[in-house]
Design a protein around this ligand. Structure first.
Ligand SMILES: [Zn+2]
Length: 131
């Protein structure tokens, strides 16, 4: 039996099937583990805003607490596009604390090899993230 990956793609597809993903209506029920269209857009905005941060600027950015780490954690597991999942992992590698390890361990089961490689790097990395 293969790994059962919590965020992708089964649950995301299930959300699409049920008409939950991709709608903005506030009367729609909240589904844990599936980003709404609005949350997906927020993840993408955060990634695009911060992904080009230079290494030497991360400590200051980290101290500012302006980056929503909880949103990055969800994006790392739940964004339907792999590019955003591994970019969320990269940002968490620089900005997250020890609690991000659980996210990285879950991402080791991602269906995309590149996402798994970034997750493994983040778990092994002693450079990007102060501990
Ligand atoms: Zn690293």
């Amino acid at each position: 039996m293969a790994h059962v990956y919590p965020g992708y793609p089964q649950r995301w597809r299930a959300g699409v099937m049920r008409g939950i993903v991709g709608r903005r209506s506030t009367s729609m029920p909240t589904v844990v583990g599936v980003l709404t269209a609005e949350e997906r857009q927020e993840v993408e905005e955060v990634v695009l805003r911060y992904i080009a941060t230079r290494s030497r600027d991360f400590p200051k950015l980290r101290a500012s607490r302006e980056v929503p780490l909880d949103l990055l954690a969800r994006g790392a597991l739940e964004h339907p596009v792999g590019k955003y999942r591994w970019r969320c992992i990269d940002l968490l590698d620089h900005l997250g604390d020890a609690s991000a390890d659980a996210i990285f361990r879950t991402a080791l089961n991602d269906p995309l090899p590149r996402v798994r490689r970034h997750a493994q790097h983040a778990l092994d990395c002693m450079k990007c993230r102060p501990r």
